[in-house]
Design a protein around this ligand. Structure first.
Ligand code: ADP
Ligand code: MG
Length: 724
């Protein structure tokens, strides 16, 4: 019997030791990923050498030439032979030193790596020497004996033909135009942190340096000379610290942009223990504060220097030391975040609120009260309406306006649709974002309209005195008293906020999605409530159906630009935040949805955005609450209507069977109303007026349409008082 030939068994491949030069080249590619990484290492070496002046020259994005010259302490002649070997360093001798390392470098890898991927030449002179030495390196070793040469104080390191032996990387880099930009950006960052060092960065052949800073005692001066006046003049100083070993120990100081600063990209210059690093968590946390605090969709400029005990920082978590890991990072991020938030708010207020007498107290979020206001109506309510809060409720565990609401409850996560659609949408949004939305000319035109019509410094400089009645607030401006219509004002403010935040809203998440059709039916019935007839119900249904269909069709646009989210089942589940700390009166949702269907002009872009912004403005405006004001005549509304032995007597209570007077009222309803009115007044004083001072550009028409009415001059009043 013949034996079947066995399947050919593959011999296991032999394991062998890699050639050292291959190992080194692989490692080098990791440390020096881009020309800018080489520049970073070289500049850090110069800083470690106590230089006071560092200049960089770059040719062909760094691929042809990178030259870094400094005036530091130089390198000893005896050290030159091992200078570019791997793991040779003057900065660390035992592992424990890492705990307290102050220098940027410590791995002894940078120069070595450069010699594996480029041609390195070092010229250096130490103090007291008559001449310096020049020597070139390849693959970690000297190519020749150091040659004596004339030299100025310090060290000059030249790298030529970077990545000459890494074809693929060289090719990709040759096609990328931004290597030099990255180098300029890097030097700019160093220049505003190390303000006692002069930096310059120049392209080979260019007459002018792209970064040119001179040593200065003022950080703001440094920022001005590097990033320009437009940045420097819009910065606020910021400081924070903590010294509680059980939570965090750190000191932070820096500068952050204010509300006048406009940029499409965040600039975050972060130094931790003098190391230029990145910290995505902190960056995100601060971006969130900006979105939540400022009206414009501008990204911030942030310079921040954080100092921690060296043993709290692990500097050895990244080969290029780009990232560090911190003890108690989350606590530190949160603390810095809240300081930035309050500084931003205060700076806004102090900038324009010179005459503000009553302090806003943002620590009492309006939402808290709003939740009360949204509590279910008591049974036996006299209101004919079905309380909307039965259908629409905001989630009290998701209080918009508080930081963690933005941080942890990112509504994007709750999209009910299938994830592929979500992905597509978010990529569309990313592509469109900032640039395109800011470029939408119709929105720009609408914003310009506001700017052109700008009037009145009454809004900016008046003092809020109190509410004169349900609609008018009393204001003092210089020596005059004005009545200001808060409904008109808030409507206009909200309208303007929609345009300013266009496509960049945070969201109010409704705890339960509200069916559009029902909302519209409710609104239609409300309109008709006097007739008390059901005969038009079919017609109403038809209208509700059609409007729902229309809104479903427009849902993508509504979500994308206005953060009005309608799910595929025709439910409204999310609304935009127009002013932080403010949630509109949810009782008005049905009216708003009806208005979306009826009043928005969908055809032409500009009209459409305008009418949508107006509809939102009207919805979010601070109308008097639906329940009558119990502090005036409205109190009658809450008196129990009684049949039988309890009778009502023209408002004079009639006590039968010794019933106490207070039992005559619908207490729950009354307290709901009191809360709603108190809440509204709080919002008017602490949200509306402060925000108006910052953001409202009142149109001229407000001077003549009864929005502002001058009621008295204080001088005259004083004269009257004097006569009395
Ligand atoms: P590391 O900075 O991690 O020590 P490097 O490879 O970057 O490793 O540098 C090796 C050593 O070369 C440094 O420890 C330092 O002593 C010396 N050196 C490098 N650049 C300079 C410089 N510009 N001036 C003085 N010494 C330098
Ligand atoms: Mg180094």
């Amino acid at each position: 019997m013949e034996i079947e030939p066995a399947e050919e068994v593959k011999e296991p491949p032999r394991i062998h030791r890699l050639d050292e030069s291959v190992v080194n080249r692989i490692a080098a590619g990791e440390v020096i990923q881009l020309p800018v990484s080489a520049v970073k290492e070289l500049v850090e070496n110069s800083l470690d050498a106590s230089s006071t002046s560092i200049s960089v020259l770059v040719k062909d994005g760094g691929l042809k030439l990178i030259q870094v010259s400094d005036d530091g302490h130089g390198i000893r002649y005896e050290d030159l032979p091992i200078l570019c070997e791997r793991h040779t360093t003057s900065k660390l001798s035992k592992y424990e030193d890492l705990q307290s390392i102050k220098s940027m470098g410590f791995r002894g890898e940078a120069l070595a790596s450069m010699t594996y991927v480029g041609h390195v030449t070092v010229t250096t002179i130490t103090r007291g020497q008559l001449h310096g030495y020049r020597v070139s390196y390849r693959d970690g070793v000297m190519e020749n004996e150091p040659k004596a040469c004339a030299a100025v104080k310090g060290t000059q390191i030249v790298i030529e033909n970077l990545f000459y032996n890494m074809v693929a990387r060289r090719k990709t880099l040759q096609n990328s135009a931004d290597d030099y930009t990255k180098i300029v950006d890097l030097l700019s960052r160093f220049a505003i942190h190390h303000i006692d060092v002069s930096f310059s960065c120049r392209k080979h052949g260019a007459a002018r340096a792209d970064v040119h800073s001179v040593a200065t005692p003022s950080r703001l001066n440094a920022i001005r000379s590097v990033y320009g006046l437009s940045v420097a003049q819009n910065l606020i100083k910021i400081e924070a610290s903590d010294n509680d070993p059980s939570s965090s120990v750190f000191e932070m100081d820096g500068f952050i942009s204010n509300s006048n600063y406009v940029a499409k990209k965040t600039t975050m210059v972060l130094f931790i223990n003098d190391r230029l690093v990145e910290c995505t968590a902190l960056k995100r946390a601060l971006e969130v504060v900006y979105v939540a605090t400022l009206p414009k969709a501008s990204k911030p400029f942030i310079y921040m220097s954080i100092t921690l005990p060296p043993e709290h920082v692990d500097v050895n978590v990244h080969p290029t030391k780009r990232e560090v890991s911190l003890l108690n990072q989350e606590v530190i991020v949160e603390k810095i975040q809240s300081v930035v938030e309050s500084v931003l708010r205060n700076s806004n207020e102090s900038r324009t609120f010179q005459e503000q007498t009553v302090e806003a107290t943002p620590s009492v979020p309006s939402v808290t009260n709003n939740d009360l206001h949204l509590s279910p109506s008591p049974s036996g309510s006299k209101s004919q309406r079905v309380p909307v809060n039965k259908i629409v409720r905001t989630d009290s565990s998701d209080p918009a306006g508080r930081m963690h609401a933005y941080l942890y409850k990112n509504p994007q996560k709750y999209l009910g649709r299938d994830s592929s659609l979500t992905t597509v949408r978010s990529s569309v949004r990313q592509r469109r974002n900032l640039k395109e939305t800011a470029d939408l000319t119709s929105i720009q035109e609408l914003i310009n309209d506001i700017d052109r019509k700008c009037l009145l410094d009454i809004v900016r400089q008046s003092t809020y005195i109190g509410m004169a009645d349900d609609v008018f607030a009393l204001l003092q401006h210089n020596t005059h008293l004005y009545l200001a219509n808060v409904v008109n004002l808030s409507k206009e403010l909200m309208y303007q906020q929609v345009l300013r935040r266009f496509a960049h809203f945070n969201a109010i998440q409704l705890s339960e999605p509200a069916p559009l059709q029902e909302l519209i039916m409710l609104a239609l019935k409300e309109e008709d409530s006097d007739l008390e007839s059901n005969e038009n119900d079919d017609l109403k249904k038809k209208i509700a159906e059609m409007n729902t269909q229309l809104l479903n069709q427009k849902s993508e646009m509504l979500e994308e630009y206005f953060c009005i989210f309608i799910d595929s089942d025709g439910n409204l589940s999310r609304l935009p935040i127009l002013l932080d700390q403010y949630i509109p009166d949810m009782d008005r949702v049905p009216e708003f949805v009806l208005c979306l269907g009826n009043d928005v002009e969908w055809e032409e872009e500009k009209n459409c955005f305008q009418s949508l912004a107006a509809a939102l403005g009207n919805f979010y405006a601070m109308h008097p609450p639906m329940l009558p004001n119990p502090s005036g005549k409205g109190l009658e509304f809450y008196r129990k209507r009684k049949h039988g032995k309890h009778t009502q007597d023209g408002g004079n209570s009639c006590h039968v069977d010794g019933t106490a007077e207070e039992d005559e009222f619908e207490h729950e309803l009354l307290s709901e109303a009191e809360t709603a009115w108190a809440q509204r007044e709080w919002s008017i004083q602490h949200v509306l007026f402060p925000s108006m001072r910052l953001f409202l550009k009142p149109p001229n028409s407000m001077a003549s349409n009864g929005t502002f009415v001058r009621v008295a001059s204080l001088e005259k009043l004083y004269k009257i008082f004097e006569r009395c």
